[in-house]
Design a protein around this ligand. Structure first.
Ligand code: SAM
Ligand code: DTB
Ligand code: SF4
Length: 352
C-alpha cells in the first residue's frame, strides 16, 4: 500500500493494521502521529472545554467505573437537575477563565420528556454567551436528538467506552448497540459527535485497538474523541484497578491521531494522575483538546492556573471558537503533504 493511501481519511481499518500501529517502536509511532497531526492541525494549539455536572448521582446504570451509579457507595451526594440560571452562571465563569466549549453532563440513562424543556433552555442560554455547547445526557431517541439540535446544541457526547468484546465486563444495563443507535440519532439530527472511551480498566491492547476501530470505521469520524484514563473512585468496582503503563496511554492517543487525522483528540479524565511530562507527551502524540477547570463532573481536574502555566511553558495557545481549519482545506493539506513526501518509510506497511 502506498504512503498516500495510508494517510487518507479512512473508514476501513483492519485489526491487523491497528495492532501493528500499537506495536511499533515508540519513537516510530510518535513520529507517524506527529506527521499526521502537523498536516491537519497547528501542533501548538489546544482546544479547551469546561465540564459542568447539571444532574449529579443516583444514576440507574451500572457502569463499573462510574462514581455516579446508584449501585455503588461512593459517598457522592445526589443532586437534582441544576437550575437554568445556575448553569448559565457556571458557563459565564468558564468563559471568563478561557474555555471555548461548555459541556453539560447528566447522570441519566436517558433524558425524560419533562427534562427536555430545561436542557434545551440551557443550550440556548449557554450558546447566547458565545460558547460552543456540548451535552452528555445518556441515550437519545430521534426526537430528543432533533430537539437538542433545534435548540442549537453543537456537540453530543456519548462514549463507546471500550471494545465491543470487553464492553460486557464493564456495563450490563445498556448494550453497545444502544450506544451506536444514540450516535446514529445524533448524526441524523445534524449535531457533531463527541465519542471516545476509557483506558486503564483492565482491558487488553486489542480492546484499545477495538475501540479505535469502532470509532474510525464510522461513516464519519467523531469530530471529538475523548480518551479518558480511568479515574479510580473508591466504592466503584474499579477502585483497585492496576495502573496502566503511561506509555500505553500515550500510544492510544497516537494511534487515535493516526486513524482519525482530522478529529480533535481530547486528553480527558485522569490528568490529575499524570505529571506535566506525560501530558506534554500526550500533546506530542497528537492530543489537541483538554477539559479545563478544577472539576470534571464529580472528580478533581488540575487547576486552571496550572494548565495555563503548562501551556505557557510548552508554547501552546488555546484554540478559539472561530478558527477551526476548514474541513476541505484540511483534506487538501493532507494530500498536498503526501504528494510532497512520497516517503514510504514514514509509514508502516501492514501487508509486510
Ligand atoms: N450518563 C451519561 C452517559 O453515561 O452517557 C453521561 C455522563 S457519563 C459520566 C460520561 C462519560 O464519562 C462516560 O461515558 C465515561 O466514558 C466517562 N467517565 C465516567 N466515569 C469515569 C471515570 N471514573 N474515569 C474515566 N472516565 C469516566
Ligand atoms: C468524557 O469522555 N469524559 C468526561 C465527559 N466525557 C463527560 C467525563 C469524565 C468523568 C470523570 C469522572 C467524574 O468526574 O465523575
Ligand atoms: Fe450513569 Fe453515565 Fe455514570 Fe453510566 S457513566 S453510571 S450512565 S452517569
Amino acid at each position: 500500500m502506498s504512503a498516500q493511501a495510508n494517510i487518507q481519511i479512512r473508514h476501513d481499518w483492519t485489526r491487523a493494521e491497528v495492532l501493528a500501529l500499537f506495536q511499533l517502536p515508540f519513537a516510530d509511532l510518535m513520529y507517524q502521529a506527529q506527521t499526521v497531526h502537523r498536516t491537519c492541525f497547528d501542533p501548538n494549539q489546544v482546544q479547551v472545554s469546561t465540564l459542568c455536572s447539571i444532574k449529579t448521582g443516583a444514576c440507574p446504570e451500572d457502569c463499573a467505573y462510574c462514581p455516579q451509579s446508584a449501585r455503588y457507595d461512593t459517598g457522592l451526594e445526589r443532586e437534582k437537575l441544576m437550575k437554568v440560571e445556575k448553569v448559565i452562571e457556571e458557563a459565564k465563569a468558564a468563559k471568563a477563565s478561557g474555555a471555548t466549549r461548555f459541556c453539560m453532563g447528566a447522570a441519566w440513562r436517558s433524558p425524560k420528556g419533562k427534562d427536555m424543556p430545561y436542557v434545551t433552555e440551557m443550550v440556548k442560554g449557554v450558546k447566547s454567551l458565545g460558547l460552543e455547547t456540548c451535552m452528555t445526557l445518556g441515550m437519545l431517541n430521534e426526537d430528543q436528538a432533533k430537539g437538542l439540535a433545534d435548540a442549537g446544541l453543537d456537540y453530543y457526547n456519548h462514549n463507546l467506552d471500550t471494545s465491543p468484546e470487553f464492553y460486557g465486563d464493564i456495563i450490563t444495563t445498556r448494550t453497545y448497540q444502544d450506544r451506536l443507535e444514540t450516535l446514529a440519532n445524533v448524526r441524523k439530527a445534524g449535531m457533531k459527535v463527541c465519542c471516545g472511551g476509557i483506558v486503564g480498566m483492565g482491558e487488553e491492547e486489542s480492546d484499545r485497538a477495538g475501540l479505535l476501530i469502532q470509532l474510525a470505521n464510522m461513516a464519519e469520524h467523531p469530530e471529538s474523541v475523548p480518551v479518558n484514563m480511568l479515574v479510580k473512585v473508591e466504592g466503584t468496582p474499579m477502585a483497585n484497578q492496576a495502573d496502566l503503563d503511561p506509555f500505553d496511554f500515550i500510544r492510544t492517543i497516537a494511534v487515535a491521531r493516526i486513524m482519525m487525522p482530522k478529529s480533535h483528540v481530547r486528553l480527558s479524565a485522569g490528568r490529575e494522575d499524570m505529571n506535566e511530562q506525560m501530558q506534554a507527551m500526550a500533546f506530542l502524540a497528537g492530543a489537541n483538546s483538554i477539559f479545563y477547570g478544577e472539576k470534571l463532573l464529580t472528580t478533581p481536574n488540575p487547576e486552571a492556573s496550572k494548565d495555563r502555566q503548562l501551556f505557557t511553558r510548552l508554547g501552546i495557545h488555546q484554540e478559539s471558537y472561530e478558527i477551526h481549519q476548514d474541513e476541505k482545506e484540511q483534506e487538501a493539506a493532507v494530500y498536498q503533504a503526501l504528494e510532497a513526501s512520497h516517503n514510504d518509510q514514514f509509514f508502516y506497511d501492514a501487508a509486510k
